[in-house]
Design a protein around this ligand. Structure first.
Ligand code: FES
Ligand code: FE2
Length: 451
């Protein structure tokens, strides 16, 4: 059911770089060979702006972040700033956060509730539905000089919502969100609808890292790094002291570049069943999930996934303190590229609406101790992303490839009960290869429309 479009000769020509190479030569995803150049090269970064960040669907936020009319948050859609707002009628809208007059940001706060969006520069004011309502010094415009009805805020081309997750795209030719997600929606059900829905806690943590956005993405479904990069957590008794701790599971690619895994963690331990949620919530899984979805959720403790290109979930079971008990939390992540070697991270905590006050507290505490800019996991990861970036900026490094061959010959697992291509053993690089293959397809597609 997924589309595969081979790049045309014309589009391949357009993808030829100034040195004469093509992106097909640089990204041999099926062989697991990816040029280091794609991570730091300003020319490739410029092509990404047009081919990916103007074309793909992007996660903007969750409905629970803007429950009331006038509620708004500011976010990126691709690399452009947007306002996500619930208008006076309760309709969710996403606009370019830029005034129609001189382009000033109309909202300069992360989160607010407003009747009108008033530009701080000359005072043009917009309703929450984006229409321009008032212009100071309006009487000084002559007849026909100001057509207010044509000067509303610029909306995204398409907006889609799945179980409260709000996505948008600047691309009017992109397939609808349902088609874009494809089989990934089946797995998103397990993550966000297992107990009847989730909600965001507070506001996202936002911070900048000196790294290529792609190194952060690459890390997200990488299980092999856990025992090495996070060895200090093993030594503190916050992770199992087992090098194969994260290998008991399946890696899955669902098409369109979407990728995920389910990991058992410490097999058989109750803390690692039902995605680590407390026992009193387990009956809700039966109520909200299909039998195969429930079977997967019940047998696993950990899951991470990437909705192509840059939205991730992390369902983790870990301890938040030395030799403590493992607890679960659900983390959403987004990378906003600020340049080829600088990335803004967004990190949300989500909690099942049905969760008890006790679970909310322990889930929150475990999350802030382990993830986000002050989290012990994230600090380990960020150091690796930054050093991978530094080491691959130079011309000598850029002549060589990186190595993503683990499981390149592995057969799919016929017993996996879910859709997509599943591979047993969650130590493998099938997910990264699928992500880079989609990156290459989008970067070389004639229309770049993801179809
Ligand atoms: S830039 Fe917004 S009112 Fe002038
Ligand atoms: Fe990590």
């Amino acid at each position: 059911m997924f589309r595969t479009i081979k790049p045309s000769a014309a589009s391949a020509d357009r993808a030829r770089l100034s040195g004469g190479e093509t992106l097909e030569q640089l990204v041999r995803a099926e062989e697991g060979l990816v040029s280091r150049r794609i991570f730091t090269d300003p020319e490739i970064y410029r092509i990404e702006q047009e081919k990916i960040f103007e074309r793909a669907w992007f996660f903007i936020g969750h409905e629970s972040e803007i429950p009331n009319p006038g509620d708004l948050v500011t976010r990126p859609c691709g690399v452009d700033p947007v306002v996500l707002v619930r208008d006076d009628e309760g309709v969710i809208r996403v606009f370019l956060n830029s005034c129609r007059h001189r382009g000033m940001r109309v909202c300069r706060t992360d989160k607010d509730n407003a009747r009108f969006l008033r530009c701080p520069y000359h005072g043009w004011a917009y309703r929450t539905d984006g229409s321009l309502v008032s212009v100071p010094a309006e009487s000084h415009y002559g007849p026909g000089e100001l057509e207010k009805e044509k000067l509303g805020l610029i909306p995204v081309a398409q907006l889609g919502i799945y179980h409260g997750l709000i996505f948008a795209t600047w691309n009017e030719h992109a397939p609808p969100l349902k088609e874009w997600l494809g089989d990934m929606a089946w797995y998103l059900d397990i993550i966000v609808n297992r107990t009847g829905g989730i909600e965001i806690v507070g506001t996202p943590q936002i911070w900048d890292v000196d790294c290529s956005w792609k190194f952060a993405v690459d890390n997200f479904t990488d299980n092999v790094h856990v025992f090495s990069a996070h060895q200090s957590l093993v030594q503190l008794g916050m992770l199992p002291n087992d090098p194969d701790f994260a290998c008991h599971g399946n890696m899955i690619t669902t098409g369109n570049g979407h990728i995920l895994h389910f990991v058992k963690g410490a097999p058989g331990e109750a803390a690692f069943l039902y995605l680590g949620l407390p026992k009193e919530m387990w009956p809700l899984f039966d109520k909200n999930l299909k039998p195969a979805q429930k079977e997967i959720a019940a047998a696993h403790g950990i899951s991470a996934g990437t909705v192509w290109p840059n939205f991730h979930w992390l369902q983790l079971v870990t301890s938040g303190e030395m030799n403590g008990h493992p607890h679960a939390y659900l983390n959403f992540r987004l990378e906003l590229p600020l340049g080829p070697t600088r990335t803004r991270m967004y990190s949300w905590l989500a909690i099942d609406k049905a969760a008890s006050a006790e679970y909310r507290k322990i889930s929150y505490e475990t999350y802030v101790r382990t993830f986000g800019p002050g989290g012990i996991f994230d600090q380990d990861d960020m150091e690796n992303w930054e050093d991978c970036t530094i080491a691959n900026v130079g011309p000598a490094a850029k002549r060589h490839t990186l190595h993503h061959t683990m499981g390149v010959n592995r057969k799919t697992d016929p017993n996996w009960p879910g859709p997509g291509r599943a591979y047993s053993d969650s130590y493998g690089e099938m997910t990264q290869r699928a992500w880079y293959a989609e990156w290459r397809r989008m970067m070389t597609a004639a229309d770049g429309a993801g179809k």
